[in-house]
Design a protein. Structure first.
Length: 294
């Protein structure tokens, strides 16, 4: 049985840990509110932008000529894997990494074996994990969260777009955690390039007449890059909100577990203390009896 001093030290240590997890939970909850507001405000815009592009580009020759819509035989692959910069968030990062590894195994195993698969890591945890596994990792944009904004994400999107247009990659896919609520994050995989229309053929401009100002070609030329950048920005904001939800949930569970452990340790402490007192009383009584019989 552990000594009273050891049990007291463990109780003090767990108390300190519980205070830290409580504070981290409160911080994550505050940041989650802002992150959740950001993604809920962006989602309708991103969806409408994608629908608009699909509708407007259906009859535009400029759209079909865009380098971002040119489908090619898939020899070279870029996966944009979005994780976080920090841990203490349960299985959040692990799930995104596993999602990317599953995608590689099921869809791009041949390209990986040929050395034609590269990872663009957004988030330090993903960069570290794939580097340990020996993947080709582009860490240029792994610190996006240190100053998260559309401008920083746009730089990552433009690099992927330029490399795709130059023929360095034949497909670009995004793997990230989609935010549902504080307790639920779902791993999503989306094709970023070449872009695919999300609008059904029945809803395309062939059945709707539009008046374009400026010209249809100018609108499509502007919409295509903007839609691609917004798609990546939405994925990053989704992942950011999902991270704080996962962290808040993990810290809440850690606080509960610390409380349960404290209950057990206090029970052990009281039992140990009672046993020590009983032993002392028995020793005193035994000594008194020995003196009386002497």
């Amino acid at each position: 049985m552990a000594s009273l001093k050891e049990v007291r030290a463990r109780i003090s240590s767990i108390n300190s840990t519980q205070q830290i997890t409580k504070a981290m939970k409160m911080v994550a909850a505050a940041k989650l509110r802002r992150a959740q507001d950001n993604i809920t405000q962006l989602r309708p815009y991103a969806q409408k932008l994608s629908q608009m592009l699909g509708t407007v580009s259906a009859g535009a020759e400029t759209a079909s000529d865009s380098p971002y819509k040119q489908a090619r035989a898939i020899d070279r692959v870029l996966l944009i894997v979005i994780t976080s910069d920090r841990g203490l968030c349960g299985a959040f990062n692990t799930n995104a990494i596993k999602g990317a590894l599953t995608l590689i195994e099921e869809k791009y195993a041949a390209q990986y074996r040929a050395g034609n698969l590269e990872i663009m890591a957004i988030g330090k945890k993903g960069a570290e994990a794939f580097q340990r596994r020996g993947f080709k990792v582009n860490t240029t944009h792994s610190t996006v969260y240190s100053s998260l904004s559309f401008a920083t994400v746009r730089a990552a999107a433009e690099e992927a777009m330029n490399d795709y247009a130059a023929g360095l990659y034949d497909v670009v896919e995004i793997v990230y955690n989609e935010f549902r609520n504080a307790a639920v994050q779902i791993v999503r995989t989306e094709q970023m390039l070449p872009i695919v229309s999300a609008t059904p053929a029945s809803e395309t401009s062939s059945s709707i007449n539009y008046i374009f100002e400026p010209s249809e070609e100018e609108i499509v030329t502007e919409l295509i890059p903007k839609t691609i950048k917004t798609q990546l920005y939405k994925a990053v904001l989704d992942s950011n909100a999902a991270f704080y939800g996962a962290q808040m949930t993990a810290m809440d569970k850690a606080t509960e577990n610390a409380g349960e452990l404290l209950k057990q340790l206090r029970l052990v402490y009281n039992r140990t203390r009672q046993a020590a007192i009983t032993t002392e009383i028995l020793e005193i009584v035994g000594g008194a009896e020995a003196l009386a019989s002497a």
